[in-house]
Design a protein around this ligand. Structure first.
Ligand code: ASP
Length: 321
């Protein structure tokens, strides 16, 4: 994944520094809404889908759901949805959550056999009194809600897992090569935020492991008064600091989205000085003015931006190391 990300960057993307995108946005603090931002290069395809809704004055909630469905349904993306790399037992287990401008939220964790966990998360939000369903219960709910049971393990991902099995080296500290998540935040023309986050999590994880991505406040947080944040990377470290909630609260205290993302990353470094050198975590944030922030532990964290000013470009975040 990391390799294909790099190739993709070299081949076809426009990379700009965060400084230049911030300059662009500084021209007019109140950027013309709408705007959508999402993690990694696959954010481009996802943003394009979200933009179809946002540009027609649609709701941010609909935009983020439609947006992240793109990598979820793409068998070539091995870290989200269909084709996601399995756990150590060969099972593809998915985590996802969604949150709207009214603090409604829904989440599924360790969900198997469903291509679009984000839509199941939305159903949990809209059709149940609960926030989170996990494992068999989440699957049962999905099937009862009309989702189709499918095999998510593609021949390619199965092959990669079988290769891994030869050594079956389980390292609880994930490196930055075997995981990725799409986290997406949108601000619509009505000035409302929504966010979505979806992943197959860390490849070859222990069966049942859940990362930050489906946890409201860790992988995603939306507060319509302030803004929204999402994360990617080693979920355990994001959970430990309630990462996305922390970023939003730091913005509430007057920090810019960029400062807030940097402070959250620095919190991880402070808590885990040694481990933080070996892993990747990245945060993305957006505030009510359409100002954004992005920061990661390691170089290489890219994100995609689509607004009236920026026609779906990829940027690379600054990093601590
Ligand atoms: N945050 C995800 C997890 O820990 C994976 C990632 O974004 O790389 O499951």
């Amino acid at each position: 994944m990391k390799t294909s990300r790099r190739k993709f960057i070299q081949a076809s993307t426009v990379l700009a520094s965060l400084a230049s995108v911030q300059k662009l946005f500084a021209r007019d603090k109140t950027v013309t809404k709408p705007i959508v931002i999402s993690t990694w290069n696959f954010g481009v395809g996802a943003n394009a889908e979200a933009w179809k809704i946002l540009s027609k004055n649609g709701r941010a909630l609909d935009a983020v759901e439609a947006g992240v469905q793109v990598p979820e349904g793409d068998p070539k993306e091995t870290s989200v949805g269909l084709g996601g790399l399995p756990d150590r037992d060969g099972r593809v287990t998915l985590d996802a959550c969604i949150m709207d401008e009214l603090s409604n939220c829904g989440s599924v964790a360790c969900l198997e056999h469903i291509v679009h966990p984000i839509s199941v998360a939305r159903k949990v939000m809209e059709k149940t009194p609960h926030v989170m369903l996990v494992g068999d219960g989440a699957l049962q709910f999905a099937l009862a809600s009309g989702f189709k049971k499918e095999n998510l393990l593609t021949p390619e991902s199965e092959q990669a897992w079988k290769e891994w099995l030869k050594k079956a080296e389980y390292k609880p500290i994930a490196n930055i090569e075997n995981h990725d998540t799409i986290g997406m935040i949108a601000l619509d023309s009505q000035q409302n935020f929504s966010g979505a986050c979806t992943t197959s999590g860390m490849a070859y994880k222990i069966h049942g492991r859940v990362g930050d991505s489906p946890i409201i406040g860790a992988g995603l947080f939306v507060d319509n008064e302030i803004g929204a944040a999402t994360s990617t990377g080693v979920g355990e470290e994001v959970i430990r600091i309630c990462g996305s909630h922390l970023v939003v609260e730091l913005m509430r205290q007057g920090n810019s989205p960029q400062q807030a993302c940097e402070l959250a990353v620095k919190r991880i470094v402070k808590n885990q000085p040694k481990k933080s050198k070996e892993i990747q975590v990245g945060f993305l944030a957006l505030d009510k003015n359409g100002e954004m922030g992005a920061y990661a532990l390691q170089k290489g964290f890219t994100y995609a931006v689509y607004s009236n000013e920026v026609a779906n470009k990829i940027f690379e975040a600054k990093s601590f190391y």
